[in-house]
Design a protein. Structure first.
Length: 186
């Protein structure tokens, strides 16, 4: 098995080409340089359509991946911009991360799962990120999940029972019953 295939499997990557794997200056950070495969390049992150290139963007960009033990791991790649007919000029989609995120999909999915099962502070400490970042990650993951499915898809009927407008307000049916009993009493 080739070393690049091992790194792809270890990091859970698909539809990418691993170019290089290096340790950063600090020594406790692993940087994996990669690029999208040809058929995944130049796609709009919103509609996933192929679009003409606009420019090279701001050069190479890094995304935080899941840690490898106690070692930080970053994925590094070019982030060109494309011109979508519907969405305008946007940074091209990459298969390993959501649009407008500086974390990989697997990192965000794990942080969101942990946020459901533990406190935000515990997630922040375990994932080594700020607790505000945990909230932003959860918002991104939730938005993607709700967009993928129709919450009212199987709905056939809606039942509404007594509506109260203000606190302490009696419902209409109670008011009518009280009026009827007041009229019956002499």
């Amino acid at each position: 098995m080739r070393p690049t295939r091992v790194w792809k499997k270890l990091l859970g990557l698909s539809r990418v080409v691993v170019e290089a794997v290096d340790f950063a200056e600090e020594g406790d950070t692993l940087v994996v340089s990669l690029r999208s495969k040809a058929r995944e390049r130049k796609r709009c992150p919103h509609c996933r359509r192929r679009c003409p290139g606009y420019d090279w963007g701001e050069g190479r960009r890094r995304w935080r991946a899941l840690d490898l033990g106690t070692t930080f791991c970053f994925l590094e790649a070019e982030a060109p911009r494309v011109e979508c007919a519907e969405h305008g000029v946007v940074v091209a989609a990459v298969p390993w991360a959501r649009h407008d995120s500086s974390f990989t999909r697997s990192f965000e999915d794990q942080a969101a799962w942990l946020a459901v099962n533990t406190s935000k502070t515990a997630v922040a400490e375990l994932m080594r990120i700020a607790w505000r970042t945990v909230g932003w990650i959860c918002a991104r993951v939730t938005a993607e999940a709700t967009a993928a499915r129709d919450l009212l898809g199987g709905l056939r009927r809606i039942g509404i029972d007594e509506i109260s407008v203000r606190k302490g307000q009696r419902s209409a049916s109670r008011r009518q019953r009280n009026r009827c009993t007041e009229m019956e009493d002499p």
